[in-house]
Ligand binder design. Sequence first.
Ligand code: PLP
Length: 464
Amino acid sequence: MSLRNLPSVDELLSEPVLQALIQRYDRRLVVQVVREEVDTLRTDLRKAGADVSRETLRAQIAEKSVIRLHQLTAGTLKKVINGTGVVFHTNLGRAVLPGDVADRIRDLAAGYTNLEINLSDGSRGSRYDHIEPMLRTLLGCEAALVVNNNAAAVFLALNTIAREQEVIVSRGQLVEIGGSFRVPEIMNLSGASLVEVGTTNKTYLRDFERAVTDQTALLLGVHTSNYRIVGFTNEISLEELARLGQQRGIPTMFDLGSGTMIDLTEYGLSPEPTIRQCLASGIDLVTFSGDKLLGGPQAGIIAGKREWIDRMKQNHLLRALRVDKITIAALEAVLALYLAADPVEQIPGLAMLTASQESLRARAGRLARSLRGVVPKHARVSVIRTTDRVGGGAYPIEELPGSAVQIAGLANPDQIAAWLRTADTPLLARIQEDAVQISVRALLPGEERIISGLFARCFKEELA
Ligand SMILES: *Cc1c(COP(=O)(O)O)cnc(C)c1O
């Protein structure tokens, strides 16, 4: 027990480093942090029991308080470099917005906007009116509504159309996405009852037909966007679902998930339905995410029949799911790129997905050359072929042939990966067969220079 040496908060505040902090930050904040550090140290000292001098304790607390304050005030969210080759990486924030879109957000976010006002007559307007005309044009639908994310879109639709009634879904489509979006759970929370039909691998039109009752409020299809059932399978097509709905006077909806505006088969990806194709099947409503293949901000979009979208706009739940002006600004700007001539070049996620193998190889070659200059002699830098992924719960089995720079011959690859991950600009690399690998597909322009700077420092300072 050496608590008698524990300095008081007042005494600590006279330390020069803490005095300097009081000049920069709110005094109460500094006092609070110092007090917490004193409390922590008191607990530690009780446990440890060794005698430590008052000067040492004072220096220790001062140092810890400085670090804590810097961490607190800097925030923890930061830019990272994505060397994983997963384009819409959910843990890395999914889609990267185009630079022009970010500029537009900055412009609109730092001032007032006409978010909910009609400038022509000064009357009250709706925030949802800004994006709807663009979506109607792009998708050829009657109406569209934007909410916080696709989970919210599905939730709002189910609650509006089917609360206290039944929704029929194929057993093969009861998906879980990202651990938290599960069709049965969302259904339950929305107040609708799930009626499962068919089997895991085979569901037919007649399964749906037999399950329809006077309680049926919706026929739902869910895109199995993050898995595939292969072998002896059958699913009811969107056209069949739409036709059955029309015959029986029941609305139909398809949760597409990762919605693409563009047919990516032209770029060598396997066929996925575009949003327009889904709507063209005759289905009443389609829901999809803003930050997956669309390449925009986090948002959920519901497109389709005006009758149902108008009802969703009347649902008070919408108030809890509504998007802010920043999302609207970002989505509007990204959608405008789809109206322009070359969306695939303008939208980073799409440019990454469609990059040619030659361009990726050339890029990896350049990165490898610059890394050879900074890694130690025993390390072997080479360009290898790699498998990249779409990510964001889309194209689960699509293997995108890519290029990576591999740094092999390292004694401690995990330690190096950890150093890179915790650098001021963190780099997320892959470790495979004891080598560090950086896929170039999801690197942004200019990040190669940062990467070679990181490796130079990593080997020089930390692990020489
Ligand atoms: C991704 C996905 C969701 C969830 O979308 P969020 O925008 O992440 O909320 C729901 N359904 C399907 C089919 C999906 O692919």
